[in-house]
Design a protein around this ligand. Structure first.
Ligand code: ATP
Ligand code: MG
Length: 350
C-alpha cells in the first residue's frame, strides 16, 4: 500500500465510532516505515518468549523472582500453592498481601519492559526495604513457568481491583510486539495485594525442586520480626513465605519458616515481664529433653548484665516479651543446614 492510501485508511480508522486499536497501531507502524530520514528499533513478539527462557533458566529461580517482587511491594506474607504439579501442565498460584498496583502502574510498570522504577527508587515505600529488583524483567519468570498468566491486583485505596490475562503462546508468532493485545478488566473481588495464577506449567515439580525454590528466597525471610512498637500500624511485620501443595482439594503445607527453619532450633528461650514488673522465662528443647514451665527470674548478683549493673527492678520493661531460637549450626539436619545458615546470617545474633 502506498503512503497516501495508508494515511487515508488511518484517518478512517480514527474516525470510526468503534475504535479498532490494533488496526490504528498497524497502520501507524506501516506509515512510520516511509520516514526516509529516520529509522526506529522495532521488537518482535518472540522477544518475550526469549526473555522468559534465556534470562531465567531454572524454574526454581523463576519462582524466587516472583516472590522477590512481592517482597519489593512490601508484602508481609506470600503464599504459593502448587496444584497438580507432579507432571507438567499443573498450576502455581502466588498470592501476596503487598501494595498491589493501580491500573496506571500495571499498564506503565508491569506491562512495560525494562522499567527503571526500582533502580530509581531502590527502597520500598512502606517498610523502606532494600528492594531486590533492578532490571525490570523478573516478571517474565511467569512466562518461563507456564503458558498462561492471570494476574489480579488491588491497592488498599482502590475500591475495585484489576485483572489481566496473558496467553504467552501469542508471543511465539512472528509479528510486532505492540500488536499483541492482552485482556484487562476490573476485578471487584480482588483482595489487597497481588495474585499470580500461572497455569499450564511447562515443567513438573519434585519435592526437592520445591524445597530448592524455598531455599532461594531464604535471604529475604524475616521469620521473627522485631517489633519495637506493636501498636504502630506501619511497624515492620517481617516477611513470611509459605509453600503448599494441593492434594485432593486439601492444601498441605510443604515449606515454611516454621518447618524449614524454626523447627530445627535446638532450644527456644522465651521470657516476658508482667504488669507488675516481674520477669519470667522458660526454656524448651526437644533435642536435650528440657521443658521448663514459665519460671520467675530472680536477679542473681553474680550475673552481670551488659551494662555492668545488677538489675532487680524490671518495672520499666512491663509488657515486654521475647523469644530466642538457639541453633547449633554443625548439628543441623543436612537438608536444612544451608537454609538455616542463610536466615541466621541475616537475622541471627552472635
Ligand atoms: N507482586 C507484585 N506486587 C506489586 N507490583 C509488582 C509485583 N510484581 C511485579 N510488580 C510490578 O511490576 C514491575 C516489574 O517487575 P519485574 O520483576 O519484571 O521487574 P523489577 O522487579 O523492577 O526488576 P528485576 O527484573 O530485577 O526483578 C515491578 O517493578 C513492579 O512495579
Ligand atoms: Mg522483580
Amino acid at each position: 500500500m502506498d503512503i497516501e492510501n495508508l494515511k487515508k485508511n488511518l484517518a478512517d480508522a480514527l474516525s470510526d465510532t468503534e475504535v479498532d486499536y490494533n488496526k490504528i497501531l498497524t497502520l501507524a507502524n506501516q506509515i512510520s516505515k516511509f520516514d526516509t530520514e529516520n529509522v526506529r528499533f522495532s521488537i518482535d513478539a518472540s522477544h518475550i518468549s526469549r526473555l522468559g527462557h534465556e534470562l531465567v533458566s531454572k524454574q526454581e529461580t523463576a519462582v524466587a523472582e516472583l516472590i522477590k517482587n512481592a517482597y519489593d511491594a512490601d508484602a508481609a506474607y506470600v503464599k504459593a500453592v502448587f496444584k497438580n504439579t507432579s507432571k507438567a501442565g499443573g498450576e502455581l498460584i502466588i498470592t501476596d498481601n503487598g501494595l498491589g498496583m493501580s491500573r496506571e502502574e500495571l499498564v506503565n510498570g508491569f506491562m512495560r519492559i525494562s522499567t527503571r522504577e526500582k533502580s530509581d527508587n531502590p527502597r520500598s515505600p512502606k517498610y523502606v526495604r532494600q528492594r531486590a529488583g533492578r532490571k525490570g524483567i523478573g516478571r517474565f519468570s511467569a512466562q518461563r513457568l507456564g503458558m498462561r498468566l492471570q494476574l489480579s491486583t488491588r491497592r488498599e485505596q482502590d475500591s475495585v481491583g484489576i485483572c489481566i490475562d496473558i496467553d504467552w503462546s501469542k508471543f511465539d508468532d512472528i509479528g510486532d510486539l505492540i500488536l499483541v493485545s492482552n485482556q484487562i478488566r476490573n476485578d471487584p473481588s480482588a483482595p489487597v495485594g497481588t495474585r499470580l495464577n500461572i497455569s499450564n506449567l511447562k515443567d513438573s515439580w519434585s519435592n526437592a525442586q520445591i524445597q530448592r525454590a524455598y531455599r532461594y528466597i531464604s535471604d529475604l525471610l524475616q521469620p521473627v520480626p522485631l517489633r519495637f512498637a506493636p501498636s504502630k500500624k506501619d511497624g515492620n511485620p517481617g516477611f513470611r513465605v509459605e509453600f503448599y501443595e494441593e492434594i485432593c482439594g486439601d492444601e498441605i503445607l510443604i515449606a515454611s519458616e516454621q518447618q524449614n527453619i524454626l523447627d530445627n532450633a535446638h532450644a527456644i528461650l522465651s521470657g516476658y515481664v508482667d504488669e507488675h514488673g516481674v520477669p519470667y522465662f522458660s526454656l524448651k528443647s526437644k533435642r536435650f529433653g528440657i521443658d521448663t514451665e514459665s519460671e520467675q527470674l530472680y536477679s542473681d548478683s553474680k550475673v552481670k548484665t551488659v551494662f555492668d549493673a545488677n538489675v532487680s527492678d524490671y518495672s520499666q520493661l512491663s509488657g515486654v516479651s521475647f523469644q530466642a531460637h538457639y541453633f547449633i549450626e554443625d548439628d543441623l539436619p543436612a537438608g536444612y543446614r544451608n537454609i538455616v545458615r542463610n536466615v541466621l546470617k541475616k537475622n541471627g545474633g552472635g
